[in-house]
Ligand binder design. Sequence first.
Ligand SMILES: C[S@@+](CC[C@H](N)C(=O)[O-])C[C@H]1O[C@@H](n2cnc3c(N)ncnc32)[C@H](O)[C@@H]1O
Length: 224
Amino acid sequence: MKLIITRHGETEENKAGIIQGHLPGHLSATGIKQAEKVALRLKDEKIDFIYSSDLARASDTAKKMNLKSMRFFGFDAFKGLPEGTDKEHDVLQKGFYACSFEKMKECLKRRNINPNDITWINGWYDETLNNKTIEKHNIKKIGIVFVDCDTYSSSKAVLDFLTPLITEPVIFCFDDWKLYNMDVKGTGEYRSFNEFLEKNIHLEVKEIKSYNRKSKSFLIKLKK
Ligand SMILES: C[S@@+](CC[C@H](N)C(=O)[O-])C[C@H]1O[C@@H](n2cnc3c(N)ncnc32)[C@H](O)[C@@H]1O
């Protein structure tokens, strides 16, 4: 596997000496030219996937480099945690984190993400994570997966659904690995991921840098 890493182009905020942190940042005229130069430099490379942060400065740079080859899917019931969550966890309860589809779209727009760039699969996982969805959207492989559904059963449903689609290296990010010490207690995403690895001995896993203190990220690929 060949990995190409590029920086985002210069932003207006860079020019003004503003530390951007998680602010989106907007490409300056120079930044746009820089992104176009990278695109030109890479034009003969066969690039399967482009992964980019969702911050505007990074995603705008990536768009100049043909982000069209990558599709984004969002799976959620938009009704909070499902029935049965209370049996699984003493703090997490049915309905926790409920946020309507409309409200979520507003949140994305405030972060300069166009919700129409994402294919939304709206519904409970036991109704949506199936072959019908794979066929309908012609999903052949996956590149990066962000798991943020908190519980053992929901993250297990995600992993079972995605297993056949792991044909090339995939990054899995688990947002709630350490939430309420679920890793220490042996439940939640920790449990579903460990069971997934036990079942899928054809896969090899390497932990990679996490993006915050309660998450864990892994690179998974087929064993040679
Ligand atoms: C902690 S929230 C995270 C939402 C979003 N990723 C964010 O950062 O704002 C967990 C989400 O997972 C969804 N969820 C959990 N289990 C689910 C299931 N079995 N089917 C569908 N959605 C589920 C809930 O509806 C909720 O919106």
